[in-house]
Ligand binder design. Structure first.
Ligand SMILES: *Cc1c(COP(=O)(O)O)cnc(C)c1O
Length: 372
């Protein structure tokens, strides 16, 4: 018998701030308008739900560990080589695996000021040093990121478009960033919201992955495809990176119901197009109407937007959150993202969007005339 003693995690682990998701309920269990997690108001394709139900008839079987059918379907949909696609339990898992494979103590990894919080957790989990590149006006800037690169930089995580800001970096700038980074540093382009973007100067990452050997693009079924609950994402990688991820991932990291639903979802192009069209219409409407209330909105290309509130006068973001929760409308608080003065609003159904606008109007009226 050895002496009893405390078990101790690896250095740095206890410095990690756990990820706190957007609220999904209020104090009671009653219904809410949940616009806090960037989920699609249209839900998944009916074909995906049907495929999920069929797969539920064989839950005793292990899934296909290589998710071949899904990688083929993704390859078909986007014109990619399935051999270079790796699937994961959400893109979160792939981001963690990339960090585990390429980061360790002494290495630095960069993300931007208001970047997705999962990056910091993945970096710290592996004992590497997180380096924050400031943004300008809630916008990631290639030159500022390039300035943060050192000899120790092993990875740059860039959400494009970014959550929670909704802003994006043009393809020219992403390419310039890649060219300025050292060859041994991985550029991880997290394109969770790519399908929503309607800009000619945007490219999700396919072209850079195809033309460099040190860029990875991650994608998800959680957002426009409406399968967040199933945990399904994928990465498009250089061959050598796909090989590395396939060595360290769990052998059955993606479930069969998720594979089946994912295949059906990606084949139902018209459902996806409906979701994108709905979003384009209501994103523009919400932006215009909220600005008319005297609130500043960061221009977004995704399925959510950042609403900025005054610093005082009973009209802060925290005040607005309380007011909205009172009406059972839940947005995302952003203190953890360094944006205490803003709330993130996910585009919802027509009724939800109208309800949130009406509530914001009442909030502004109740707390003083548009004197921001
Ligand atoms: C929602 C989101 C994801 C998706 O995560 P999953 O694990 O695939 O659900 C990834 N990156 C960003 C920036 C996101 O907002």
């Amino acid at each position: 018998m050895t002496a009893p003693g405390p078990i101790v995690p690896q250095p740095g682990i206890l410095e990690i701030a756990p990820y706190v998701p957007g609220k999904s309920k209020l104090d009671d269990a009653g219904p809410i308008i949940k616009l806090s997690s960037n989920e699609t108001p249209l839900g998944p394709s009916p074909a995906a739900i049907e495929a999920f139900k069929i797969a539920s008839g064989r839950l005793e079987r292990y899934p296909d560990g290589s998710a071949s059918e899904l990688r083929e379907a993704i390859g078909q949909a986007y014109g990619l080589n399935p051999e270079r696609i790796v699937c994961g339990a959400g893109s979160d898992e792939l981001l963690s695996l990339l960090a585990a494979a390429y980061l360790g103590p002494g290495d630095e990894a960069i993300y931007t000021e208001h970047g997705f919080l999962v990056y910091k957790i993945a970096i710290q989990t592996n004992g590497a040093t997180p380096v924050v590149a400031p943004e300008r006006d809630c916008q990631a800037n290639a030159d500022i990121i390039i300035d943060a690169v050192t000899d120790r930089t092993k990875a740059v995580f860039l959400a494009n478009p970014n959550n929670p800001t909704g802003t994006y970096m043009s393809f020219d700038n992403v390419r310039r960033l890649r060219q300025a980074m050292p060859g041994h540093a991985l550029l991880i382009l997290d394109a969770a919201y790519a399908e929503y973007v309607k800009r000619n100067d945007y490219e999700a990452g396919i072209e850079l992955v195809a033309t460099t050997d040190n860029t990875v693009m991650t994608r998800t079924f959680s957002k426009v495809f409406g399968l967040a609950s199933l945990r399904l994402g994928w990465a498009y990688c250089p061959e050598a990176v796909a090989d590395v991820l396939n060595r360290i991932r769990g052998p059955f990291n993606v479930s069969e119901p998720a594979i089946a639903a994912g295949v059906a979802a990606i084949k139902d192009k018209s459902h996806m197009e409906r979701a994108v069209a709905h979003n384009s219409e209501w994103l523009a409407w919400l932006t215009t109407e909220i600005e008319k209330l005297g609130l500043r909105v960061t221009p977004s290309v995704a399925n959510f937007l950042l609403v900025h509130f005054p610093k005082q006068g009973g009209r802060t973001a925290a005040d607005a959150d309380l007011f909205l929760c009172d009406r059972r409308i839940v947005l995302r608080r952003l203190e953890a993202y360094g944006l205490p003065g803003a709330l993130r609003l996910t585009v919802g159904t027509a009724e939800e969007n109208k309800a949130v606008l009406a509530a914001l109007g009442d909030f502004m009226a109740a707390t003083g005339a548009g004197d921001q």
